[in-house]
Design a protein around this ligand. Structure first.
Ligand SMILES: *[C@@H]1O[C@H](CO)[C@@H](O)[C@H](O)[C@H]1NC(C)=O
Ligand SMILES: *[C@@H]1O[C@H](CO)[C@@H](O)[C@H](O)[C@H]1NC(C)=O
Ligand SMILES: *[C@@H]1O[C@H](CO)[C@@H](O)[C@H](O)[C@H]1NC(C)=O
Ligand SMILES: *[C@@H]1O[C@H](CO)[C@@H](O)[C@H](O)[C@H]1NC(C)=O
Length: 416
């Protein structure tokens, strides 16, 4: 076990700053959220099957279980904006829209729990949510108590209609209110995203002490341009972000949009591979009634999920840029393997062929390494540290994902 012990010690040193310790989200959260696919459709007469309603949540929750997603780790089902009544109840408490949630939120949460899933909901730190429903400002304790009484396991707190300068005090206050309920509620903060956008420098140390995860940057959209711009932003800012990323507290590049209208199969592989190597939250937003088999296979890929859920919780980093804007990301895993993703982002007519020497990949501690393709796990060959590794990537936003391990390290791991 010596190699693992080394990593655990290194990890403790890296993780030495004070971070939120409510015992939740020791691995990046996995789940499903309404927003990207279902937005704020509230007209259930015209759109009975896609409006934000208990019917939609029940249907998708059942499919998360029946489709094998829960078994793969996708355990949270989360309602985003547009579930609320326009006004608070007479006693000031939050209430859902009666027409769309006739059984109430507690009953919906009970159903979700009965399936073995966890239940999440959305609110906003300001006076109103982004879509104009009542926000939590002025009602922090009351709303936290309401969420706990409904058995909400995850709260996404947005930042519309608020003064961004209040966030450094306001988001921790809501965190304390959640903690004071005694009910464990994973806390997702949009705090830094609004600050980054208005060119303030977020205090990530304070954020990681208050939140289990936090959106850093703009909302994802269903297009390769959007996905790639987020990948670039995380690569460009990795030195600021990675130190605060780890078990219990995660940077969040936003939802997985695989399975919708905008991404090709290659681009879908790319999003899933990059989110896995970044140890990003894997929050799907897709109509599980209509997902294609190829998209489902990408989302359920066991090797990618295990890289994402690696107990070290390291945020992978962009380590190399090669010809054709190809970039290589890498991440160390707890069992002494290293995962890599090479991304060829741009449109081009034919696959690109590249080679890279092993030292440039950061591999030199051992003499030889075994290479494996990540999606299917097939053995790609044994390479000496002085050799170059050659590979091919399809154009227009596809990836070559691979991982390496040293036979010596593996043997030592088995013996020790
Ligand atoms: C509240 O915070 C304390 C101290 O950080 C922590 O030990 C506890 O698990 C938290 N409880 C809940 C319900 O979040
Ligand atoms: C919203 O709440 C008000 C007051 O509690 C209630 O009269 C009304 O029926 C509710 N509307 C919907 C759509 O839930
Ligand atoms: C950031 O937050 C930490 C923890 O709350 C605090 O100690 C530190 O002074 C803050 N840094 C700045 C620049 O405000
Ligand atoms: C690997 O590349 C680095 C610089 O990119 C170079 O210094 C080194 O000599 C190369 N090693 C081999 C074995 O090609």
């Amino acid at each position: 076990m010596q190699w693992s012990v080394t990593y655990v010690i290194v990890f403790l040193l890296i993780d030495g700053h004070n971070s939120l310790e409510n015992g939740l989200l020791r691995k990046p959260p996995m789940g499903w959220l309404t927003w990207q696919r279902f937005r704020c459709v509230t007209d259930c007469r015209q759109f009975p099957d896609t409006c934000i309603s208990e019917k939609l949540i029940r249907t998708q929750a059942k499919l998360l279980v029946d489709g094998g997603y829960l078994a793969a780790g996708y355990e949270y089902i989360i309602i985003d904006d547009c579930w609320l009544n326009n006004t608070r109840a007479a006693d000031g408490s939050l209430q859902p829209d009666d027409d769309r949630f006739p059984s109430g939120i507690r009953s919906l949460a009970d159903y979700v729990h009965s399936l073995g899933l966890k239940f999440g909901i959305y609110e906003d730190y300001g006076t109103q949510t982004c879509a104009g429903y009542p926000g939590v400002l002025g009602h922090l304790e009351q709303d936290a108590q309401t969420f706990a009484s409904w058995k909400v396991d995850y709260l996404k707190l947005d930042g519309c209609n608020a003064d961004i300068k209040d966030f450094d005090a306001g988001y921790p206050s809501m965190g304390h209110a959640l903690n004071a309920t005694g009910y464990p509620i994973a806390y997702s903060c949009s705090w830094p995203a609004y600050q980054e956008f208005s060119k303030m420098k977020p205090n990530y140390s304070a954020i990681s002490q208050a939140c289990n995860l936090w959106r850093n940057w703009g909302d994802i959209d269903d297009s390769w341009d959007s996905v790639y711009s987020i990948i670039q932003w995380f690569g460009d800012n990795q030195d600021r972000l990675a130190p605060f990323h780890g078990p219990g507290h995660w940077n969040d590049p936003d939802m997985i949009v695989v399975g919708n209208y905008g991404l090709s199969p290659g681009q879908s592989r790319a999003q899933m591979a990059l989110w896995s190597i970044m140890a990003a939250p894997l929050i799907l937003s897709v109509d599980l009634r209509a997902i294609s088999e190829w998209a489902r296979e990408i989302i359920l890929n066991k090797n990618l999920i295990s890289i994402n859920q690696d107990p070290l919780g390291q945020m992978g980093r962009r380590v190399l840029k090669l010809d054709g804007n190809v970039e290589i990301w890498s991440k160390t895993l707890i069992d002494d393997r290293t995962a890599f993703v090479a991304l060829f982002p741009q449109p081009y007519g034919t696959p690109i062929q590249l080679s890279v020497n092993l030292t440039d990949l950061g591999l030199g501690r051992f003499d030889e390494y075994d290479f494996f393709e990540t999606f299917h796990g097939e053995f790609l060959g044994k390479y000496h540290k002085n050799e170059r590794y050659s590979f091919t990537i399809n154009p227009s936003g596809d990836v070559h994902a691979f991982y390496v391990e040293s036979a010596i390290a593996k043997t030592l791991r088995i013996i020790l």
